[in-house]
Ligand binder design. Structure first.
Ligand code: MN
Length: 238
């Protein structure tokens, strides 16, 4: 069978034709049996994709969730926001598998009517350290997975994760439910209620060495392979 093709969004610096993407995303897609393709500025989903990976990056412009900017909100890139919202909405409509990582999870929530805390300290002054002072592959805090969620089936009831975020999801919108929490109440993962595979995680599984974290990429690629077969089955109708 052909390898499922996964589009990965990238950071495109303003006035700079060079995109930026941590190679670990592509590496994990390859390791899980997929073929990674970098989306650098595409505003519509290429029809050959079997999955969409929304990568990590800067903050989302607070306007998109109807808030004024707080002084603790960091760098935003409204162009990347609007492109990723459009791609994410299209993917959800087409039932294309979507995996959101860090900012990618926040994009999924906000584009479906959810909102963020512009800084975790505004949610909880006793919050954990979510911008860790440890190497990327190190797990620093625990997350608790919701029973019966897909992530619970992939990771178990509790997992150790890395953490590189200063914002968090306040409201994940009606289409999603929160499927993982840190001990301070911060939402660490969301899952779509009806879509076959639309999951967002606040941590960076692509950078972790824990064997179990690969399950997230394997499940994503399995969903992408199903999507690919479905496309081929129905192609005679077009
Ligand atoms: Mn965290």
């Amino acid at each position: 069978m052909k390898k499922p093709i996964i589009g990965i969004t990238a950071h495109m610096p303003q006035n700079d034709p060079v995109f930026q993407l941590n190679p670990l995303y592509a590496k994990q897609i390859t390791a899980a049996g997929g073929y990674p393709v970098i989306l650098a500025g595409e505003t519509v989903l290429p029809p050959f994709l079997d999955g969409l990976l929304l990568s990590g990056g800067c903050d989302i412009l607070p306007q998109y969730y109807h808030e004024e900017p707080h002084p603790l909100c960091a760098y935003t890139d409204p162009k990347r926001d609007s492109i990723e919202f459009a791609l994410c909405r299209m993917a959800l409509r087409q039932k294309l598998p979507v995996l959101g990582i860090c900012r990618g999870m926040q994009v999924m929530a906000v584009c479906c009517g959810g909102s963020l805390y512009q800084d975790i300290r505004l949610q909880n002054t006793a919050a954990l350290q979510h911008m860790q002072n440890a190497p990327r592959h190190c797990a620093t805090h625990r997350v608790f997975l919701r029973p019966h969620s897909r992530l619970y089936r992939l990771l178990g009831s509790e997992a150790l994760v890395n953490s590189f975020h200063h914002q968090s999801v306040k409201d994940c919108g009606d289409a999603f439910f929160a499927s993982a929490f840190a001990s301070d109440g911060v939402i660490e993962a969301i899952e779509h209620r009806t879509h076959p595979f639309a999951i967002g995680v606040q941590w960076h599984p692509e950078a972790m060495r824990q064997y179990l974290q690969q399950n997230i990429f394997l499940a994503f690629l399995q969903a992408a392979a199903c999507f690919h077969r479905y496309k081929e089955d129905t192609s005679w109708k077009n």
